[in-house]
Design a protein around this ligand. Structure first.
Ligand SMILES: NC(=O)c1ccc[n+]([C@@H]2O[C@H](COP(=O)([O-])OP(=O)(O)OC[C@H]3O[C@@H](n4cnc5c(N)ncnc54)[C@H](O)[C@@H]3O)[C@@H](O)[C@H]2O)c1
Length: 365
C-alpha cells in the first residue's frame, strides 16, 4: 500500500469555503448552556454571522446577545422570524420545546438545525419530520460528533481503504455524569437516549462507510447496570452488541459499544474507538489516531490530531446546513437518517428493560 497520510484539512470541521457566509445570517433559538459553551464559540471561530437570538428567559437572551455581540435579542420567536436577515435557524432547545418552535417557524419557513437527537421519542421525532416536510422546511440534526477530529479522521482513513473491508467497530467510553442538580441527572433514559445517542449514531456513521459495506443496523442487545446510591433515575452504564444483517452472525460486520458514565475516579476515565478490517486496524483517542496494517504488522503509524470535539465540531453541522442551503442539496444529517439512530437508542432502552434482542423493524414498524 502507498504511504498512509492524514492531513488536518481532511478532517477539520469547517467552515464551508465556497459560500459567502455574510449572506447567511443565523437566528439562534435557545440561549442556554450548550448554545453559550459550544455553539457560539465554534461559530465565532468559523466566522458565521449570528444576527439574532431568542430565549423565553429574558436574562438568557439579553446576556447571550451582550456576550457574543449579537445585534438583536428577543423573548418572542415571531420577532426573530420577522427579520429578513435571519436566513437560517439554529435551535438549541430541549426536545419538549421543539414542536411549538417548529410550528412557529412553519409560518415563516427557514432552514433549521436542531440539537440532537431530533427527539428522544421515536413517534415525536416522526411528528417533527411531518411538520417540517409539510412546511417545506429543510431540517438538519446537530449530530456534531460526526465532525469531531477523532471521528472524522477515523472515517477518512477507513474510506481511504487503509484497513480494507471493515468487520468490527468497537467503542469504550469511561466518564462520570451523575452530578446532582443538573438537568441531565434527572432526565429519564439520559445515558442511552440523550448522551449515548452520540456513540450509537457514530456507530451508524462508521458502518455507512463503503469500506464497511454501507450497512444499516438490524438488531441489538443492550445490557445496563445502575448503582444503588446514584442520583440519576436510570442506568448510567450500557453495553450494546449490534448486528448488521441476517441473524446468525455470518454477516461481515458487527459493533460492540460500551459506555460507563458513573466512574467516580476521574483518573480512570478514557475514550477510544477501534475499527478492524481485513487488511489492518485503525484506532483513536481524542488526541491521536493510529493505524497498523497486516502487511507490516509491527509498525504502528501515529497521527496527532488538531482540534477538539468541544467546541470545534460544532462548526460542522451549521456550516453543512448553510452550504446545503446555498447549493440546494440535503444536509449531511437528515431527520430521516436521524430516525434510524433514534430507533437504535429506542431499541437499546427496550432491550435493557426487557432482556430481549430488539430488531430495528420492530421499532420502525
Ligand atoms: N454535544 C451535544 O450535542 C449536546 C451537549 C449538551 C446538550 N445538548 C442538547 O442541547 C439541548 C439544550 O441543552 P442545554 O444544556 O443548552 O439546556 P439549557 O437548559 O441550559 O438551555 C435551554 C434553553 O432553552 C430555553 N428555552 C426553553 N424553551 C424555549 C422556547 N420555547 N423558546 C426559546 N427558548 C427556550 C431555556 O430558557 C434555556 O435557556 C438538549 O436537548 C441537550 O440534549 C447537546
Amino acid at each position: 500500500m502507498a504511504e498512509i497520510t492524514l492531513r488536518p484539512e481532511q478532517y477539520r470541521p469547517g467552515p464551508p469555503s465556497d459560500v459567502d457566509l455574510s449572506q447567511y445570517g443565523v437566528g439562534l433559538v435557545g440561549c442556554g448552556s450548550i448554545a453559550n459553551s459550544a455553539h457560539l464559540p465554534a461559530y465565532a471561530k468559523a466566522g458565521y454571522t449570528i444576527v439574532a437570538c431568542c430565549d423565553v428567559d429574558e436574562d438568557a437572551a439579553r446576556s447571550t446577545a451582550e456576550r457574543w455581540d449579537i445585534p438583536f435579542w428577543t423573548t418572542d420567536i415571531r420577532a426573530l422570524l420577522d427579520r429578513d436577515e435571519v436566513r437560517v435557524i439554529d435551535m438549541a432547545l430541549h426536545p419538549a420545546a421543539r414542536k411549538e418552535t417548529l410550528e412557529a417557524i412553519a409560518q415563516a419557513p427557514r432552514p433549521v438545525l436542531t440539537q440532537k437527537p431530533l427527539h428522544m421519542e421515536y413517534e415525536l421525532a416522526a411528528e417533527l419530520i411531518a411538520i417540517a416536510e409539510e412546511a417545506g422546511i429543510t431540517l438538519a440534526v446537530n449530530q456534531q460528533a460526526r465532525w469531531a477530529p477523532d471521528h472524522r479522521a477515523l472515517r477518512v482513513l477507513m474510506d481511504q481503504g487503509v484497513v480494507g473491508q471493515v468487520y468490527s467497530i468497537q467503542n469504550l467510553r469511561r466518564s462520570f455524569q451523575d452530578q446532582p442538580g443538573q438537568w441531565w441527572t434527572s432526565l429519564a433514559n439520559f445515558n442511552i437516549g440523550d448522551h449515548g445517542v452520540h456513540y450509537l449514531d457514530l456507530c451508524r456513521y462508521f458502518a455507512s462507510s463503503p469500506q464497511a459495506g454501507s450497512r444499516e443496523w438490524t438488531r441489538l442487545h443492550c445490557t445496563t447496570a445502575m448503582l444503588p446510591d446514584q442520583n440519576g433515575p436510570d442506568p448510567l452504564i450500557y453495553s450494546a452488541n449490534v448486528e448488521f444483517g441476517e441473524a446468525g452472525g455470518r454477516v461481515g460486520l458487527m459493533a460492540s459499544l460500551q459506555f460507563n458514565n458513573i466512574i467516580r475516579a476521574s483518573g480512570a476515565h478514557s475514550y477510544n474507538w477501534w475499527i478492524d478490517g481485513t487488511e489492518g486496524s485503525v484506532w483513536a483517542s481524542t488526541k491521536e489516531v493510529w493505524v497498523a496494517r497486516a502487511d507490516d504488522p509491527r509498525t504502528v503509524h501515529t497521527f496527532p490530531l488538531e482540534g477538539t470535539w468541544f467546541p470545534d465540531a460544532f462548526q460542522g453541522p451549521l456550516g453543512d446546513l448553510i452550504a446545503a442551503t446555498a447549493h440546494g442539496r440535503p444536509p449531511a444529517v437528515t431527520p430521516r437518517d436521524n430516525l434510524n439512530t433514534i430507533a437504535m437508542t429506542t431499541a437499546a432502552i427496550r432491550s435493557s428493560k426487557s432482556g430481549r434482542v430488539v430488531e430495528r423493524s420492530e421499532v420502525t414498524a
